[in-house]
Design a protein around this ligand. Structure first.
Ligand SMILES: CC(C)(COP(=O)(O)OP(=O)(O)OC[C@H]1O[C@@H](n2cnc3c(N)ncnc32)[C@H](O)[C@@H]1OP(=O)(O)O)[C@@H](O)C(=O)NCCC(=O)NCCS
Length: 338
């Protein structure tokens, strides 16, 4: 199919998504902890978030629905999918992988499956990884899933974190092309200064679960918000500016900024740094909160009908680790796939 000299680009050829129906409003949260709608809206920009309810229902529940929709929209047979790669911090279990559960329930019998953990930057890490499978020339249909059931690890007694998070999952299909579209450039970074400042301390191999870890509420997200904010606000804007500059993209060339949705003030800072008007920034934090790896694919899913082939998108995210990064994506098709 491809001549030796052709450069293979990895392009997104479809988007699926799933957000749970149940809504948790700021009003609801103010009945659980000492907070107000006004504080949450001014400090973070979240009005409500979706929560996945039900016994034994994990991230795969949303991933399965996102992938089923993706396969329907792209009219791709599940047998053709070669790789399913899921970015999540809230896998259904430590093992087996969430990707293997998603593959089973979507009929993707021929896929290799694995999970990847990049916290809130997980979609960017997974998109670059999936793109490399395509660029290698050995794979032609890679599904990248990203999302989290953050409410499973949210402490509804901690007012500094419980308003922040929600549940959602998105999925994209990556295919090869020789056209100049797709994942054009990527910067991914890590800095361990974040380690103890944004962490779910227990439940892993360092601190296995015990009565004590449960009593100490160590199976929930801990975040030193001020410390994390300081890094997030500069690192996310820096990396977005760096990728725009090295690809010679001015604010006029950028069709959309697709930022991780953790805090409206961080999103604002990123847009300002790039000199891009807020109308060109995808923002749905008010409806969904921070769904960790889910935020960016859910934005692409919601904005799909407005996207046109050749649009320059700058994706940027920051999360625990710290891990962060930016991707320059040239969109590959016009409008919404039915
Ligand atoms: C979490 C975050 C919204 C908190 O906002 P902030 O302006 O930094 O707020 P602070 O944590 O400094 O708290 C300010 C005050 O509000 C109080 N406060 C915290 N949560 C509150 C709430 N839900 N309602 C009311 N008051 C609250 C604090 O107790 C503190 O009071 P004090 O000054 O009397 O001690 C913000 O720090 C943030 O967005 N951090 C980064 C998140 C992020 O990007 N994470 C990475 C990706 S997951």
């Amino acid at each position: 199919m491809f001549e030796n000299m052709d450069k293979i680009n990895a392009v997104i050829t479809g988007v699926g998504g799933f957000v749970p129906e149940d809504v948790l409003t700021n009003e609801d949260i103010s009945k659980l902890v000492d907070t107000t709608d006004e504080w949450i809206m001014t400090r973070v920009g979240i009005k409500e978030r979706r929560i996945l309810k039900g016994e034994g229902v994990g991230t795969s529940y949303m991933g399965i629905r996102a992938v089923k929709q993706l396969l329907e929209k792209t009219k791709v047979n599940p047998d053709e999918i070669e790789v399913i790669l899921t970015a999540t911090t809230t896998s259904d279990h430590h093992f087996p992988t969430t990707s293997s559960i998603i593959a089973y329930h979507t009929g993707c019998k021929n896929a290799m499956t694995f999970d990847l953990q990049g916290a809130c930057a997980g979609f960017l890490y997974a998109l670059e990884t999936g793109a490399n499978y395509i660029r290698s020339g050995r794979y032609t249909k890679v599904v990248v899933v990203a999302g989290d059931k953050m409410t499973a690890i949210t402490d509804y007694q901690d007012r500094s974190t419980c308003p922040l998070f929600g549940d959602a999952c998105g999925a994209v299909l990556l295919e090869p092309t020789t056209e100049e579209v797709g994942v054009m450039d990527t910067i991914l970074r890590t800095d361990g200064v974040g380690y103890s400042h944004l962490i779910m301390k227990s439940g892993g191999s360092a601190y296995p679960p015990s009565h004590e870890t449960v009593d100490n509420r160590e199976h929930f997200v801990f975040q030193d918000g001020k410390y994390v904010f300081k890094y997030a606000v500069s690192y996310m804007a820096d990396v977005a500016a760096e990728i725009a500059e090295r690809n010679h993209l001015t604010h006029d060339d950028i069709a959309w900024i697709v930022p991780h949705q953790a805090n409206l003030r961080i999103i604002d800072a990123t847009a300002k740094r790039l000199g891009v008007d807020m109308e060109k920034v995808m923002i749905n934090i008010q409806k969904y909160g921070n769904t960790s790896a889910g935020t960016i694919p859910i934005c692409l899913w919601e904005w799909e009908d407005k996207l046109k082939k050749g649009d320059n998108l700058i994706l940027a995210a920051f999360g625990a680790g710290f891990t962060w990064g930016a991707i320059y994506l040239k969109w590959g098709y016009d409008g919404k796939k039915a």
